[in-house]
Write a protein that binds this ligand. Structure first.
Ligand SMILES: Cc1cc2nc3c(=O)[nH]c(=O)nc-3n(C[C@H](O)[C@H](O)[C@H](O)COP(=O)(O)O)c2cc1C
Length: 417
């Protein structure tokens, strides 16, 4: 990987887990890769490892005392200094402190000075019973909703001898994630037209489906099609061939070279099958809000308004599950979107496991509104989806998607069949 770390500043915070020793290897890897590193240790972390190793590796004094003479403003200054703040490893206690807004030590006080303008990553490490404890789950979910990125621990044999999820991400994997993050950030800042390595043929779905009740009425949803349209415009400007499959009723249609319209889920399915089997696409970005249900018996005549009616809704097929089957290019990549309402982290992973996508962009309903739009990018790992990135608003989301597209463009040789 190219070194995009030049002068990037990492605030490495270490709390009192048995896995704290791994933070020494991480600090060492970061320094070797060219990052600047400042270390904060909780008092408990010092029970496991000493500050001397960090001082030797970073060449800087280790922080830990909120009231240290000459360092009284460390809780603000370190936060402002950093490009990325990482709690590695994070104890159950720190998840509680941070989610409840305590300022009991330097780590939690620093978090209270965090303005959510830069990434704050938390890598938990704990016994599997602690990690699945409802209180810990609530705290982790709350932090994630606030805009903190929780880096899921791995599963396996733990220091206590038990098996399960809670193992700290290994230092080399952590380092790689940090490097990927800054590399994606660097690319997102480059002029659009210069960013693609190979022109991709991209199909983007956008807008909401309409499910007819009778010839004049339908059931639809609140999707406007703006996100898909914005992505289509930016990727077309970057030089890719883009086809936007847009809801007929959407106002976001103009200015693109190729727009195809759909109304119902069935018409979108036909259109997608036809497109994907006829033309060789490299990537589908499936951002359309496809109705989960349709009316079982659509009336051929306008239903009288004199009386109430009962509609029976039946499930629609999941189009996202069919895209790769329909595709003429068997190397098709898929980025899909998933909105959940009130789901916790484990439920989200369970729901995502039903998708056949390479990346899933996840939003929780509570995090989406006129003035906010935060969410998490999941990538398909060997067994399940893993959170790999976080976005803090719509502009950031567009930048992340462009980063993924760039990644696909660079990795694909001529995949066109
Ligand atoms: C041997 C030992 C290992 C521990 N390992 C962990 C751990 O991996 N994760 C965790 O959340 N707590 C662990 N704890 C408990 C924390 O050290 C304890 O809750 C402490 O108060 C955390 O302080 P801090 O969050 O301020 O660093 C361990 C305790 C001991 C004695």
């Amino acid at each position: 990987m190219s070194n995009s770390s030049t002068s990037k500043k990492i605030l490495l915070q270490v709390s009192g887990s048995i896995a704290a020793f791994k933070s020494i290897a991480l600090a060492s890897g970061l320094i070797k890769a060219g990052f600047e590193v400042e270390v904060v240790m909780t008092p408990s972390a010092r029970e496991f490892i000493g500050p001397a190793s960090f001082e030797g590796i970073t060449g800087r004094k280790v922080h830990g005392d909120t009231f240290e003479a000459g360092q009284m403003m460390a809780h603000i200054n370190l936060e402002r200094w950093a490009d990325l703040i990482l709690l590695y490893p994070a104890t159950a206690n720190q998840l509680a402190q941070l989610s409840q807004g305590f300022g009991a030590d330097l780590v939690s006080t620093l978090f209270l000075a965090h303005e959510f303008k830069k990434p704050y990553w938390i890598a938990p490490a704990m016994n599997q019973a602690m990690w699945t404890h409802p209180v810990v789950r609530d705290n982790a979910n709350k932090l994630q909703r606030l805009g903190v990125q929780i880096l899921d621990p791995g599963a396996g044999r733990m220091a206590c001898g038990e098996e399960g999820a809670g193992r700290l991400i290994e230092p080399e994997d952590m380092l790689e994630r940090i490097q990927i993050h800054f590399e994606a950030e660097r690319r997102a800042r480059q002029p659009l037209a210069l960013t693609y390595a190979r022109k991709l043929n991209i199909l983007i779905t956008a807008g909401g489906t309409q499910e007819p009740i009778d010839p004049v009425r339908s059931i639809t949803n609140v999707s406007t099609g703006r996100t898909g349209f914005t992505l289509a415009k930016s990727l077309e400007e970057a030089g890719h061939d883009v086809t936007l499959v847009q809801s007929e009723s959407s106002q976001f249609q103009d200015g693109l070279r190729r727009v195809l319209n759909y109304t119902t889920t069935e018409s979108m399915a036909r259109l997608l099958e036809d497109e994907l089997s006829r033309r060789s696409y490299d990537l589908v970005i499936h951002s359309a809000a496809v109705s989960d249900f349709r009316v079982e018996e659509v009336s051929k005549t306008k239903i009288s308004s004199k009386e109430g009616i009962t509609l029976r809704l039946i499930p629609n097929p999941k189009l996202v599950a069919r895209l790769k089957d329909w595709s003429r290019n068997k190397n098709l990549k898929v980025i899909s979107f998933k909105l959940t309402s009130g789901a916790d982290h484990l439920e989200i992973l369970e729901q995502l496991s039903k998708y056949d996508s390479d990346w899933i962009i996840h939003n929780e309903l509570a995090d989406v509104g006129p003035d906010k739009h935060t969410g998490v990018v999941f990538a398909k790992g060997d067994e399940k989806y893993q959170p790999v990135d976080f976005f803090k608003n719509k502009t950031d989301l567009s930048a992340k998607v462009r980063g993924l597209v760039q990644n696909i463009a660079e990795r694909s040789n001529d995949l066109t069949t």
